[in-house]
Every structure is written in C-alpha cells, then in structure tokens.
Design a protein around this ligand. Structure first.
Ligand code: 4AZ
Length: 241
C-alpha cells in the first residue's frame, strides 16, 4: 500500500495473507498475496496469485507478519478454483479472481472472533467518487511487516479508459480506484486483497486488487476485479465444490 497508515488490530477482520512454502528462507511460509475471508472455509483472492496448488496457507486475524500474534489463525489451503475466463495479456489481466477452499476440521475452518470475520459480497451498488478502503502487506514506499490501509475513491470507467489513463484496457468486470494525482494505491503483494466500501454501516467487498501500471503514479490508479460481476460464479463454486 502506498500512502497508507498502520491498520489497528481487528480493523480488517476479513483480510487474509496468502502464504506459500519457501525454499531458502528461515520461515517455512512467506506472504505472497492478499485474500478476503467470505465464509468460514472460503477465501477470495486474485487468479494471478495462484502459481501452485499445494503448500499454501492462509493467515487470518493478524496485523504483523514478522511475529506470532495471539489473535492469528493459520489454516492450510485444501484446494484452489481459478476463474475459467482468467486471462493474462501483455498489458492487462481479465477475470483475475480465484477461490481458496480452506482445510476443515469438524466442518469448520476459520473461527469467528473479534479479529476474524467474513466480509459481505456486494448487494448494493456504489457510485463514482465513493471513498473506499484498501489494505494489505504489499510494497510500500518505506517497507514494513505491518498491515497498512488507505482510502481511495472509485473512478468513473470513462475516465479510467481514457487515452492518458488505461486507454480502453479495462472491461466491464473491472474498475479503477485511487487518486488521479497519484500517491495512494495498492502495489505488488496487495493483489488478491480487498477494496471495501461501506453502505449503511455494512462493509462490502467491492473490488479485489488486480493490477496497475506501477504503483502510486499520476494517471495510473489501481485496477480491481469488480466483485458484483462475479457473485453468481462465487456462489456457484461455493455450492458445488
Ligand atoms: C502487482 O504487481 C500489482 N498499483 C498490484 C497492484 C498494482 C500494481 C501492481 C496497482 O501485483
């Protein structure tokens, strides 16, 4: 996160750290991407975060990646479902969404606590200019192991697809958010994590961090998978898996 501040514990209880097994490191697992807890056994993330199916785990309920916290829950990933339409093009990603099914013990995966809660899929719409929240452990201007958060505004599709911005690289299943002047943005390692917007006191996942040209640059806001366009896919996969 560029232009962010440290998140207070329990401020983003749906935030997950998707971790992969490391070969040449002191720690067995390291942070790879963000994720969003949407059900006790399900985490939503970005398809481009999936480069291996086995040896992945999810850390929930923590803010610090460099030490063990009382509030954290570590749960292995049982399987991965990547969107069938996921495409990687030279200058954009499409349908960049995936589901992680967590390993259950007695039919239960994540335990709901003050620090671990599920996020709601969007059942309301949000207008351009709405102030929403991004969070993650990705690249920052400083470097930290603490979860950061920042506020960004939803940007009109016409503006984001204009020649000086992304020149029609966005389709209807994505949107951009940030600041046109730059400085506040998601970055590498935030991918798969949430862009949350609130309505009547309820926080909804409106976007999944996907891509962008660099981070925090003028006229290059972050690009997000539009979760309301994938609700049917998400619910179908959770029903049948
Ligand atoms: C990345 O490399 C990435 N500024 C994620 C988000 C953004 C750029 C790059 C948006 O995963």
């Amino acid at each position: 996160i560029f232009g962010g501040k440290k998140a207070r514990p329990a401020a983003h209880p749906w935030q997950a750290s998707l971790q992969v097994r490391t070969r040449h490191s002191e720690l067995p697992f390291s942070h790879h991407c963000g994720g969003i807890l949407i059900d006790s056994c399900w985490v939503l993330t970005a398809a481009h975060c999936i480069d291996q199916t086995n040896d992945m785990q999810v850390e929930l309920g923590g803010v610090r990646l460099d030490k063990k916290e009382e509030s954290e829950q570590i749960i292995p990933v049982r399987d991965v479902i990547v969107h069938e339409d996921y495409r990687e093009e030279p200058d954009a990603l499409y349908s960049d969404i995936a589901l992680l099914r967590l390993k259950a013990v007695d039919g239960h995966c994540a335990n709901e606590t003050k620090y671990v809660k599920t996020a709601c899929l969007p059942t309301v719409s949000f207008t351009n200019g709405t102030k929403c929240t991004i969070s993650g452990w990705g690249v920052t201007e400083k470097g930290t192991d603490t979860l950061l958060e920042a506020k960004v505004r939803l940007i009109a599709q016409m503006m984001c697809n204009s020649p000086q911005v992304y020149d029609n690289r966005l389709d209807a299943t994505q949107f951009c958010a940030g600041k046109m002047e730059g400085g506040v943005d998601t970055c590498q390692g935030d991918s798969g994590g949430p862009l949350m917007c609130a309505s009547n006191g309820t926080h909804y996942i409106y976007g999944v961090v996907s891509w962008g040209d660099n981070c925090g640059k003028k006229n290059k806001p972050g690009v997000y998978a539009r979760v309301d366009q994938f609700i049917d896919w998400i619910e179908a996969k959770m029903r049948t898996a």
